[in-house]
Design a protein around this ligand. Sequence first.
Ligand code: BES
Ligand code: MN
Ligand code: ZN
Length: 485
Amino acid sequence: MQVDISRVPNLAKFDHLFVLLAEGAAEVELAEARDAIARAKFEGRGDESITILADGPRKITLIGLGKRESLTLRGVRAALTSVGRIAKKQRDKKVAVLFPELLPQLDAEESLVAAADMLGQSDYKYDPYITVRKEQKRTPIAATLLAPASIEPKRLRALTTRLKAVYDGVTTTRDVSNAPCNVMTPEALADRAVEVAKETGIKCTVYGKREIERMKMGGLLAVNRGSVLPPRFVVMEHAPRGAKTHVALVGKGITFDSGGISIKPSEKMEEMKFDMCGAAAVIGIMEAAAKLALPVKLTGIFAATENLPSGSAYKPGEIITMMNGKTVEIVNTDAEGRMILGDALHYASKLKPDHILDYATLTGACVVALGSETAGLFSNNDELARKLIESGERVGDRVWRLPAWSEYKEGIRSEWADMKNTGGRWGGAITAAVFLEEFVDCPSWAHLDIAGTAYAESETAREARGATGAGVRVTIEFLQSLSRR
Ligand code: BES
Ligand code: MN
Ligand code: ZN
């Protein structure tokens, strides 16, 4: 839903007012809300919610958040998601939301923006292919997050602008990721990048198979051999004048990962349409950054192909020469992400950026280690790692560091080539990361394994099923912290 942050003198034009409140006395400026709280004897317990019929707004729903001292961003997200779901069910068109609480580590303004961001995504559902009951498709809900008197109107407009940029970026990432894999082919993924670039006025270059061959991207070409669809290599550029820092963003764009010759079991294989969520994150980040006019130079890069078995597919036992000249013995064709990322990271390194960040649904092992609460973070730079962890915490798009010590390189040692493409089962997320590092020439690199966070396998209290937009918020927050300094 579209959200703006403002002070509203007159609530009469809203269908529904939602009040999110923790236990204990919070300063509630709004008379209508104070009144409802008193009438309902509402305490704000975590399991408490009640709807009161009123006039102007017609309905007031009070939602409890539990103890103030144990408020978390992700807990509040569940409450905000219920706002979206209730409003949708009740066909509300205009809703107002009051959230007078502070989120951990955030001030009043930041708490408001975080809440508005979560509220914006709260009614998200990917439904372009639902054809039944189309006539009932609702008009979109417009939401207003009520701002306290202490924030100036001018600030509110700036906050709303920032909010819309992030909303657009996250929504693009979710839509692109959720699209079915017969539609979101490598070519279509590149086309989406071009569209976003046109819309935001940034540059975008798409390389086809011939150019990829000329660049000797052996990893991308090897993975692509099983597919009848040609690969794409895409470079987007946001280059504001006077930018002092250059950050390269690199995404994994496997539009469907069957495993190839080392084929995956068929159970849940359909989820492997999400194997391009890293590339989708790059597109969404570029969109948000351009719309925010962030004063940082950004190069968004992704490699896209399907990974399929066929008579021409790459096979275990092959040795592939990558773009940087290193050789890789293939032992498992399902470790394809690192093959295409190896080339993309080398390409990024040649641009000599200050930082390289990559996004990839890279390993099941990362999901085993960290579940779906946090992405895996690997970095050759402690300072960068710390900043990313902090940024993720602030915006509810968490990353958590795992080691990438050189001892783990032992796992990918090959008898026949410079390395092999898997290190076996144990520490699989880490051996994947140290494989990637072989292609990185940059003192400040971070790899985000978003296999567990990029999509939700089923609906939860916090989120719709499908793509989440993981990686976008943490990166925008990080990029903003660079320019704040
Ligand atoms: N795309 C998968 C990783 C994945 C698994 C993402 C589950 C989301 C959910 C990746 O290409 C892959 O297949 N990785 C293998 C690596 C192994 C062969 C070393 C894996 O994790 O099993
Ligand atoms: Mn795979
Ligand atoms: Zn994959």
